[in-house]
Design a protein around this ligand. Structure first.
Ligand code: ACO
Length: 322
């Protein structure tokens, strides 16, 4: 049996930090409200010189270096993003060019905040079927560019950044299971209502922004993430106590705490970065993962559960031995 094993991680954050106090000057909000309702203290916001692609390249280079490889070794690139630099080519292709890699397949995956879990699930299947040996899987976003900075319901929540992993074919585990789901009937609760090919777009000059019914999304996220934990444990014939680390999507500390409670896991076994990064959508899980790896909190051989929930709705999990 071929497994895919994570052999390198990396991340990259924009230069600019925006604190809750900075936001108080832009919209009718307070540091106290943001921290109490979300756990967020600050987020990073891309400068005009930074983009999803440049942040993705920064994270990818660190992951390749951490794996002890060179860019030439990569034979598959998958980028999870909802904020691509261009309509086409895909930002994965732009990253491929910057890394000087030729010929390998490179493509974007769009599953909003679950994007990295989707991308890792796809890369795992490429490796398990022998179609790739060394894959670069990236989550990179500049959500700040699709935020209405006048809307306090959403602008306080999001941030920019990128995280990446290198996964390689291995005889030992590795990724134990991936589960991905979606239900498009919830589109009205969380969306950016326009795209480049929206039929009425040519008549409107309105810039597209994130719209979210936060409270309803919150309830669905808690319920659905509880279900994905059960599904993952059952599929692997594992108990809650078999999980060493939870690496959740970083949308809201209260959603993260609810999933930890479901796992009967103390919060010191949960990687939390939402306070520092806000919600970086597809970048949040690999960013959190890289931070914990570099701080040597996560050790080789430990069992990790990654999970995410986002627009679509989409949701999913990756269970792996590090
Ligand atoms: N500052 C001050 N007050 C605010 C702010 C703010 N920034 N934003 C909203 N409020 C007010 C509201 O207007 C409301 O006031 P009202 O009672 O007078 O009407 C009050 O605070 C409560 O608003 P709620 O929306 O009910 O607050 P809630 O406790 O639900 O927190 C939040 C809102 C943080 C958005 C939460 O619902 C949440 O985290 N939702 C889930 C987000 C998520 O997981 N999204 C999925 C991933 S994102 C993706 O895929 C792109």
């Amino acid at each position: 049996m071929i497994y895919s094993k994570i052999t390198g991680t990396g991340s990259c954050l924009p230069q600019n930090v925006m604190t809750n106090v900075d936001l108080e000057k832009i919209v009718d909000t307070t540091d106290e409200w943001i921290q109490e309702r979300t756990g967020i203290k600050q987020r990073y916001i891309a400068t005009d010189e930074e983009s999803t692609g440049s942040l993705g390249v920064g994270a990818a280079k660190k992951a390749i270096e951490a794996a002890g490889l060179s860019a030439d070794d990569i034979d598959l690139i998958i980028l999870a993003t909802t904020t691509p630099d261009k309509i086409f080519p895909s930002t994965a292709c732009l990253i491929q060019k910057e890394l000087g890699i030729k010929n390998c397949p490179a493509f974007d995956v769009q599953a909003v905040c679950t994007g990295f879990v989707y991308a890792l699930s796809i890369a795992d299947k490429f490796i398990k079927t022998g179609s790739a040996k060394t894959a670069l899987v990236i989550g990179a976003e500049t959500l700040s560019r699709i935020i209405d900075w006048k809307d306090r319901n959403t602008c306080v929540l999001f941030g920019d950044g990128a995280g990446a992993v290198v996964i390689q074919a291995s005889e030992s585990p590795g990724i134990l299971s991936t589960h991905i789901h979606s239900d498009g009937s919830y589109e009205h609760l969380l969306r950016v209502p326009q795209g480049v090919a929206t039929p009425e777009l040519h008549k409107s000059h309105k810039k597209p922004f994130i719209e979210m019914k936060g409270n309803e999304v919150f309830k669905m996220a808690v319920k659905t993430l509880g279900r994905i934990v059960d599904e993952t444990l059952a599929a692997n014939n594992m108990q809650k106590e078999d999980i060493d680390w939870l690496i959740p999507h970083q949308a809201n500390i209260r959603i993260i705490a609810a999933t930890a409670k479901k796992l009967k896991m103390s919060m010191d076994r949960v990687v939390v970065t939402v306070d520092q990064h806000g919600n970086t959508s597809a970048a949040s899980v690999p960013l959190a993962f890289d931070l914990a790896v570099r701080e040597q909190r996560i050790k080789p051989g430990e069992t990790l559960l990654m999970e995410a929930f986002g627009g679509g709705f989409t949701w999913g999990s990756v269970l792996l031995k590090y």
